[in-house]
Design a protein around this ligand. Sequence first.
Ligand code: N0T
Length: 529
Amino acid sequence: VGCGYVWGQSGASAIRIGKKDGVAQLTIDQQPFLILGGELGNSSASNMDYLRPYLPHIREMNLNTVIAPVYWELLEPEENRFDFTLVDSLIESARRYDLKLVLLWFGTWKNSMSCYVPIWMKTDSKRFPRTFDSSGRSQEILSVFGSETLEADKKAFVTLLRHIRENDASKKTVIMVQVENEIGMLSTAREVSDKANALYKARIPEELAHYLQQNDQRLVPELRKRWEENGRRVDGAWEDVFGRGLATDEIFQAWYYGKYVNAVALAGKKEYNLPMYVNAALPRPGVLPGRYPSAGPLPHLLNIWQAAAPAIDILSPDFYNPDTRYWCDLYLRNENPLFIPEMRFDKTVAAKVFFVVGHYNALGFSPFSIESESDASAPLARSYAVLQQLSPIITGRTYLGMDGFLFDKKDRADTIRMGHYRIALSHYNVLPWAHESRDSVWSTTGGLIIQTGADEFLVAGTGFVATFSNTDTALVTNIASSDEVSYIDGKEVLGRRMNGDQDHQGRHIRFSTDEWGIQRVRLYNSPAV
Ligand code: N0T
């Protein structure tokens, strides 16, 4: 492809991330699959008697995928003795509820730390070296430079992938794997061992030099700026190429994290070629490298990770605080697909899922600790029910256009242009009769619009008002009809005709804050004068 970064190395495998009309897409046996997921709390999949009772409720929430950990310490309790009891039982339970699985490889690192590394490794810091904090004290974060650590991680991961291939390749319950979890150096921005220091003083790796030369047009501005300010060098040490300071420490560490993860992922893919991704804990603005989990797959290190880890298909953000729009934009650069494996499971997720799917073409969405609220009437369950129905249309991409919108602040409004229409969108509470319009905080709502014909749209979501007008001021646009629709086995089924109170006598399309649904809208135009 010339950019050095291929879409993972999924090749012709049965489950892969490819592109359709320039948009990333996950397919299983050529069928597109939109992940409507939820991630389990960290400890919930460590005991199936604990997890099992939650699964029927998770299924009732209309999830199609569960994201679940595989814990290295439980998989390989003694060196070279692997115990697949838990993994097998997880896969079998997922099948029973018709759920797909994304597995989280809790390997060498989990939220920076090495807490899931088997105890036979933890107690052998000669073979499996640790890192040291800024005051020189050993910390439970294994060094990225431990060659035996890498070999051990690879071996366990390969054994896991082989086992999944042997037991699941025909059923395809497991559809993707996350390699490690929220990698990030702490206390210092990079490791400071003798080995690390020597590498830091040496010339940057040939591979990175080559990448910089080939991809100078593709560097994210955060990296390009440093590289250009230092004379676009490819032949010096890290500080010659990227300048002095903590930012370069972080770039250095990111490169070696990326190489490590790539070696693990590549070895696993050779055994069973599943799509693989890594995730990142996002830093708060203004915090210095070392004070947040540094050098993970963060937007300002995007090319470093892509160059070091071409076997990884997606760099993913975990959303716990931040501005969804800001971070999604940063992750969708340089061909990186958007997949959100974790999001704080609060009241806003039900609206956000429409936005990230409709506006950003996300491959999937997954609130964290999904078992903590598993109720068929939960807002997320209702959003997933809508998206599950629309999924063939969304992923089929035969429409003229799609966009999503999110009302996460009082009085936020949006305008979308599609074909010759302008669609004004606002929160349901702008309507004078909305019960909550005087409340100081409005619930977060949202939806998506799909243009299915020149004058025809599907409008879906919750808690908003859509008003259509023609971009040609010589024309007045009105609603010919609005029909409530649902999709059963992929076939459109008509519900109510909504041409009276429900569309304000032809003025707008709306869903109240406790309505979820899909409407098929047909428009017509008349001369304005
Ligand atoms: C996530 C989850 C789990 C100002 C935390 C998020 C999961 C891990 N880490 O509940 O531990 O395994 O990936 C870190 C969030 C930082 C939030 C900062 C908020």
